[in-house]
Every structure is written in C-alpha cells, then in structure tokens.
Design a protein around this ligand. Structure first.
Ligand code: URA
Length: 198
C-alpha cells in the first residue's frame, strides 16, 4: 500500500467511526454506508460533489445513481476515464430526503475533504454544484471571484494549494440535467474545458 492509500484508508476509518454528525446516526440506523470517494489516488483531476444520494449510501460509491449516469456521459464526451480521476463529495453521509447539506454538516465533513485534497494533490478540482463551488473557492482564497453558478460555470480559476498551483473549475451539478435536460449541451461544453488542462 502506498502512503496515499494508507492515508486515505485512515480517513475512511475515521468517517466510519465518526460520532459528531447526526447524519452518521441516520446512516447506522438505516444500515447504509458513508461515501468516502473513489478513483485514482494519483488523479490529476478531482471532482467534488455535494453529498451522497440514496444509491450512493446504499453502495458506498459516489455518483452511482441517476446523476452518476450523467456524470459518466459527460466524462466520456470529454474523453476522460472515470478510473483516472478521483470523485468525492463534501458531505460523506446522506442527508435525509436528499435535502441540501446544512452549514454545520459542511463544517463537520469539510476537513475530511481538505485532507483528501492534501493527500491526492490534484492539479484540477472540478466542483459539481454550488455547495462544492462555494466551499472550494473559499478554501483557495477565491471568495472575491465567487458568483452564482450560472455566471461562472465552466470558467477557469487559478489558485495556490499547499502542494502547488491548482485550477478550480465550477461545473453544474450533473443532476441539473435531470431537472432541465436542455442544460446538457452547456454541461457537455463545460466538461471540454477539462481537456485543455495539461
Ligand atoms: N449527488 C452528489 O452530489 N454526490 C453523489 O455522490 C451523488 C449525487
């Protein structure tokens, strides 16, 4: 096991035994799983979604339901293999009824995401949806560049991470295409930006 694998396995153990979040109690009560993340531990591109949905909590895998199917299509259209990237969420346990994550939940789970970023050291973080856009842009000192996702989706923001330069690209959440299929074209175009990054 590489040191990255070990450090990521430690995060998994810590989330499994986490006591602070009411979402963990729900998870244990319902016999479902936390979703830590999946993909290459040496990924250049990291995708950060919001929180697991029903399918993800049932399997412990990120983006494996309807939104995941759209994410897979978008990755394919950009010529990116799912196994080459790392996919995770800010919140690692499913909020009941798929409600938006609460600020206190983001506060509890955010440090796990911070550690995943520090371990994997991606060159690019593509945020999926407004919650991860806000979290990641603030984390990397891009507060003044924040705007609504409809204004800044697909744009490239450069920042400094502890491990070096990092590019942040806010993307619409794949589930947006379920509610508004007309958005799929724009989303496909936004994903092409990922191809231009070396
Ligand atoms: N939506 C998310 O934000 N993350 C998932 O893993 C699945 C759906």
């Amino acid at each position: 096991m590489s040191s990255r694998d070990e450090q990521l396995a430690k995060i998994k153990d810590e989330v499994i035994t986490l006591k602070e979040s009411p979402l963990c109690k729900e998870r244990i009560k319902n016999g479902v799983f936390p979703v830590i993340g999946e993909g290459s531990h040496d990924a250049k591109i990291m995708f950060v979604g919001e929180a697991p949905g029903r399918n993800e909590a049932a399997t412990g895998r990120p983006f494996c339901g309807a939104a995941g199917k759209i994410l897979d299509e978008l990755l394919k259209s950009a010529g990116i293999k799912r196994q080459d990237v790392y996919i995770t969420n800010i919140v690692k346990d499913r909020p009941p009824m798929n409600r938006d994550p609460l600020p206190e939940e983001i506060e509890i789970y955010g440090p796990f995401l911070d550690r995943q970023i520090a371990i994997i050291q991606p060159k690019v973080i593509a945020t999926l949806g407004r919650f991860s856009m806000e979290y990641i842009m603030r984390k990397f000192g891009l507060d003044s560049r924040l705007d609504t996702i409809s204004r800044i989706h697909g744009r490239i923001f450069e920042a400094e991470a502890e491990h070096g330069k990092i590019t942040i690209i806010p993307l619409f959440h794949p589930a947006s295409a379920i509610y508004d299929p007309a958005k799929k074209g724009v989303m496909t175009k936004d994903f092409l930006v990922l191809k231009t990054i070396k």
